[in-house]
Design a protein around this ligand. Structure first.
Ligand code: ZN
Ligand code: ZN
Length: 356
């Protein structure tokens, strides 16, 4: 791997003009023994990309290339890489490195490692290089954060699984989704449409979709939802009081979450897990409101490699795949705008169009 390597990608230069992208050249971080270089074929457009380039999560490092739902082919491997070889079909999600040594990394919780490195907008602790994402020609990642794509899955379908899919798969399996369980999913967007499919594929008895968009009923059914609850309706929670074992909340805008009502639909000690990360504060609550069913409120951060492998196996066996709108990568500005305005059904995937 040569050190004067230059890659190209679509970058935002200013958070005020967050839908204006310009092709820039960039240097990846110095190659490590365990690094894999991937020639990018597709990249999904995640809500995180929008939160980051708009400055919603704080001022990003600029110019910045977003994108962390990456699929492509292995182009080069470091001398100690054992899991992959040149030409393998692979993907990368929201992280590209961690310390590999701490308790969290050793116990399949590497996504919570304090030294983890985000796929973009992160500074590598050793080389001080800025990580740049997948709206680009290539990416370099530690092999632990590179995932194989099953043979029967298209690369463009696999790409959104590595963040969107994993972000909902992990809290479902960690909180017992499966036969005998009744699960609620809040929101039918990029994450929600995966959550409904995975809850179904995991064998849950019931999968109830809560949404403020009542026109999504047909889609919810096609994806596998057994119940559809428009949260804009008064007393929507009443028929479900105390009935659900788990709710995974994918809502991305805090003001619209009817938190108190949703929590009341949980069974005793049921769990409510946030996976969306709205820019604003959540609605406030008083303790008494979670008293009657002793429910738990929590959150979940992407997932581990172990869970990626389980997820891809299940998806490949049960035919879980994202509903995508494919765009050439140069239309990334249109894509991020579509995500911000909630127009996508349900994931944009960008197709490589830069000659490298
Ligand atoms: Zn993401
Ligand atoms: Zn660690």
């Amino acid at each position: 791997m040569s050190s004067d390597l230059q890659w190209k990608g679509y970058a935002v230069e200013d958070t005020k003009n967050w839908d204006q992208f310009k092709v820039i050249d960039f240097k990846p971080k110095p190659a490590g023994d365990y690094d894999v270089d991937i020639k990018i074929a597709f990249c999904g457009v995640c809500g995180s990309d929008v939160h980051t380039i708009t400055g919603g999560w704080g001022e990003p490092h600029l110019p910045l290339i977003p994108g962390h739902e990456i699929a492509g082919m292995v182009a080069t491997v470091g001398p100690k890489v054992t899991a992959f070889k040149v030409g393998d079909r692979v993907g990368v999600g929201a992280m590209i490195c961690s310390c590999m040594k701490c308790k969290l990394c050793k116990e399949d919780n590497e996504q919570y490692c304090p030294e983890s490195v985000w796929t973009y907008n992160a500074i590598y602790p050793d080389s001080r290089t800025l990580s740049q994402g997948g709206y680009a020609t290539a990416i370099r990642a530690h092999e632990r954060f590179v995932f194989p794509v099953p043979e029967n899955m298209k690369l463009e379908d696999a790409a959104p699984m590595f963040c969107g899919g994993l972000t909902v798969f992990s809290p479902l399996v960690r909180n017992g989704a499966g036969p005998g369980k009744r699960v609620g999913i809040v929101g039918l967007g990029g994450l929600g449409h995966f959550a409904v499919q995975f809850a179904k594929a995991l064998g849950c008895d019931e999968v109830v979709l809560f949404t403020h968009s009542d026109h999504k009923k047909d889609d919810a059914k096609k994806l596998g939802a057994t119940g559809f609850v428009p949260t804009g309706e008064k007393d929507f929670e009443r028929p479900l009081l105390g009935s659900l074992d788990l709710i995974v909340c994918t809502a991305d805008v805090a003001s619209g979450i009817p938190l108190k009502e949703l929590l009341s639909t949980l069974a005793i000690n049921g769990r409510f897990v946030m996976v969306g990360l709205p820019d604003e504060e959540l609605p406030s609550m008083i303790a008494k409101e979670v008293f009657s069913n002793g429910c738990f409120f929590g959150a979940s951060k992407i997932g581990s490699k172990k869970e990626v492998l389980e997820m891809m196996k299940l998806a490949s066996e049960k035919g879980v795949k994202p509903w995508t709108e494919l765009l050439p990568m140069k239309e990334c500005g249109k894509a991020v705008k579509g995500v911000k305005e909630g127009r996508v059904k349900y994931r944009y995937v960008l197709k490589q169009d830069i000659d490298s």
